[in-house]
Design a binder for this molecule. Structure first.
Ligand SMILES: C[S@@+](CC[C@H](N)C(=O)[O-])C[C@H]1O[C@@H](n2cnc3c(N)ncnc32)[C@H](O)[C@@H]1O
Length: 222
């Protein structure tokens, strides 16, 4: 019996696939790994709460419902992720990739409006950032997830209005505030940093990474 147990433990050990905390590849490849790694069972239904053009799901064969507030991206459902049109406990996983560069124009290489989904402006009262979206979003994500469900957030800190915007800290605080457990953090290294041609002088290090944060609707992570 003891021998059999030992063999099964060895098998278990062999099947252990670590996931690196630093990622140099694409989001869709990382998402695939995360969806194999974190959920307690294979996800039956996933909500992408900011689907945009759905780049995350290229080459991935998961049952995903895409929500976006902007109908021009032709999401499965046009709606606001701060007031989701779904029943409670409908999804195993929620994925979130919010806009993160407020009030930015177009630079020479990138169409920020399209790539980063900058539908609106962020006024002075909101500190020229999008952090005020996190509390209402995480509250809704918590509601629509099943118990033990997973929330995956792609979050970028950035410099705006001469200030470091601590977006990843803000969303961790918001998610904890509504009952999520913050479980893990993967640093995704960007190939090219975001550069605005208006920047003439550097006061901060250049952002070459963003975070994938992993939350669980649970009292424990493991
Ligand atoms: C950064 S993009 C997402 C990109 C997407 N992950 C991809 O790889 O194609 C952010 C998206 O969030 C959408 N969005 C912004 N506010 C929203 C809200 N309150 N509810 C739903 N979608 C929203 C924008 O319209 C935009 O398409």
């Amino acid at each position: 019996m003891g021998e059999i147990l030992k063999i099964s433990e060895i098998r278990k050990e062999k099947s252990y696939q670590p996931l690196s905390s630093v990622w140099f590849g694409e989001d869709n490849e990382l998402l695939k790994l995360m969806l194999e790694f974190y959920p307690r069972q294979k996800p039956r239904l996933i909500l992408d709460a900011t689907i945009n053009r759905g780049r995350f799901w290229i080459g991935n064969n998961y049952p995903v419902i895409g929500l976006d507030i902007n109908r021009r991206y032709r999401p499965d459902i046009v709606g606001d992720n701060m007031q989701m049109p779904f029943r409670s406990e409908s999804f195993d996983v929620v994925v979130y990739d919010p806009p993160h560069i407020p009030n930015q124009g177009k630079d020479r290489q990138k169409d920020f409006q399209d790539r980063f989904g900058l539908g609106g402006k962020s006024p002075k009262e909101n500190g020229y950032n999008f952090s005020h979206l996190y509390a209402p979003f995480t509250e809704e994500a918590f509601r629509v997830l099943i118990p033990e469900g997973i929330l995956l957030c792609k979050i970028t800190d950035y410099i705006h209005h001469h200030r470091y915007q601590w977006a990843h800290v803000e969303i961790i605080n918001a998610a904890r505030g509504v009952g999520f457990r913050a479980c893990d953090c993967i640093i995704k290294v960007r190939k090219g940093p975001i550069i605005d041609p208006r920047w003439k002088k550097a006061h901060h290090s250049r952002r070459h990474h963003c975070y994938w944060l992993v939350f669980r609707k649970s009292k424990k992570c493991e």
